[in-house]
Design a protein around this ligand. Sequence first.
Ligand code: GDP
Ligand code: MG
Length: 315
Amino acid sequence: LTGYVGFDSITSQIEKKLLKRGFAFNLMAVGRSGLGKSTLVNTIFASHLVDSKGLLKISENGQPIQTTEIQSISHIIEENGVRLKLTITDTPGYGDQVNNDNCWEPVVKYIKDQYSSYLRKELTPTRDRRITDSRVHAVLFFIAPTGHALTPLDIAVMRRISEVANVIPVIAKSDSLTLEERASFKKRIKDEIEFHGIRTFPYADVFVDTEDDGQPLNDDERAERQLINAVRDVIPFAVVGSERNVVVDGKAVRGRRTRWGVINGIDGFVENEDHCEFVALRNFLTRTHMQDLIDVTAMVHYEGYRTKQLMALKG
Ligand code: GDP
Ligand code: MG
């Protein structure tokens, strides 16, 4: 007898189970009209889709159709046996009206509606063992590449949404800024976000228990802290989207021809990598922080909503 009972196989048992049930990830795009929201969300996962036209409707001439209502589209994508149900929610641009008071309401309502439907399913006695998760895990918030500052409307909308979901700010159409302009714009946006006390993902304070408990960071914690800091440094990601192919070295690749050459975000090949943080954003969403986004949505945002609703029921 060696005393070995084999419980170390639990990790592979868990893995099998998780693989079987698959994962769901729900991403939303928010921002003023014409900033390239539809284009970018099409671009992010396009290479994974059989239909390379992307997730959202594109008109005959390849131009995105102007978005007039909140629209969700799901696709199952598969990579090395891992199935991901990806839902992308595109929203109409805000700020087009004469009166933009409360223009964030439809978006906030959509996000809360998903919490509400999840809660209802959770409270059903005969609930399914697994509830379909339509909760929005990440909101890409598009900032116009003005090079100046956030508008008061941007600040108001970002604040409202950050109260109910994980907000990730991005600088839209960043091909229109020079590197210098982009660097100072980034700094300015960061300062403003901090000044206005808007919480964007990943939250710095999710990971601060360290010094008070007298325990030094262990290696994992240190690595995680470093990753979060590195990511917080890049945010807001300066992105470029493209719905059409351009020819590079005789090969058609998806990209955008700019003053600085071709930017190709799809294959991770970027002629001048400095000019586009598209790949960094995609890695952040898919490789490093997808599970975090899902967990924080469930444990922070949904939990907050749930508590409020249940308190209201009682009171
Ligand atoms: P939405 O209103 O935010 O959904 O914006 P669309 O995706 O409909 O794009 C509006 C226009 O901007 C289209 O003509 C796109 O081809 C163009 N566009 C999208 N992304 C970029 C980008 O990164 N750079 C530039 N220069 N143009 C873009
Ligand atoms: Mg659109």
